[in-house]
Design a protein around this ligand. Structure first.
Ligand code: ATP
Length: 255
């Protein structure tokens, strides 16, 4: 029997992908050879210019329905990997192929303009995340309600406190329909009460997206949204598999 294929297959494939950052202004005198510290990627200093090897030989295949947690020590390469998967970074060597519309949510504040109102920012941020103007017009009331910002929505964003900005940003971010959703830690940095209120919206958002990769240091949050995991260490994939299994191995190693 022939099952008709969806028009677009959402997937991400990388093959031996590497991301290097040459550091031209580093003090290289004391960096005689490749140094592996406790945190961070490898620093290769065999050439004249030290090179931070943020990702090395990363081979992954993620398909529609994947809900992947990204764990690892500080500087392990999680954010760099998310940037590679979103197409923001090209691999220095190797291949990264992305099919699907990516909504990268690395920093909740990106795409916000302090001089325009909260309402205008909702529209701009939605467009930035790949929504159409019409789609945003249909959702703006719901987003405004969710933020509980009331009349402040007509004030310029510069008059908002940090928490108020996060409310606005989370309201927009959780209203979009992404094919590929890449979330970074920052989203966990909201106050507990509002986070509780956002959880349902966030998990609905994840249900709507075809593919999720979520980097976080919070097991609780990862368990809520993901079922598989990738453990990064010094820029390499150390382990990939079922979420609990990877978390156990990662924690066991850290203890
Ligand atoms: N723009 C950059 N220029 C130079 N080095 C970078 C840059 N971005 C990241 N790195 C380096 O790449 C390595 C991986 O960093 P990355 O931010 O991906 O780690 P991470 O796993 O997200 O860390 P954390 O959990 O601390 O946020 C680190 O050694 C970091 O120093």
């Amino acid at each position: 029997m022939n099952v008709s294929e969806p028009t677009r297959r959402v997937s991400i494939t990388t093959k031996d992908a590497c991301v290097d950052f040459p550091i031209f202004d580093a003090k290289s005198r004391s960096l005689k050879k490749t140094v592996i510290g406790l945190v961070g990627g490898n620093i290769a200093s065999t050439s004249k210019v030290p090179i931070i090897e943020a990702l090395t030989d990363v081979t992954l295949h993620l398909e529609h329905g994947a809900r992947v947690a990204l764990v690892g020590h500080n500087g392990a390469g999680k954010t760099t990997l998310l940037r590679l998967l979103s197409g923001i970074y090209e691999p220095t060597r190797g291949v990264a192929e992305i099919s699907g519309r990516v909504a990268p949510i690395f920093d909740l504040g990106v795409g916000m303009d302090p001089e325009i109102s909260g309402l205008d920012n909702i529209m701009i941020r939605g467009l930035f995340l790949g929504m159409s103007r019409k789609q945003m017009e249909q959702r703006i009331d719901d987003i405004a309600d969710f933020t509980e910002l009331g009349d402040f929505l007509r004030m310029p964003l510069r008059t908002y406190s940090t928490g108020m900005r996060v409310r606005l940003a989370l309201g927009v971010v959780t209203s979009i329909d992404p094919e590929i959703l890449l979330l970074d830690e920052g989203i966990g940095a909201v106050d507990a009460a509002f986070l509780e209120k956002s959880k349902k919206r966030l998990s609905d958002l994840v249900d709507r997206s075809g593919l999720l990769v979520f980097a976080s240091h919070s097991d609780e949050f990862l368990r809520e949204l993901c079922d598989t995991a990738i453990w990064m260490e010094h820029g390499r994939v150390k382990m990939q598999g079922e979420l609990e299994e990877v978390l156990r191995a990662y924690k066991g190693q850290a203890a």
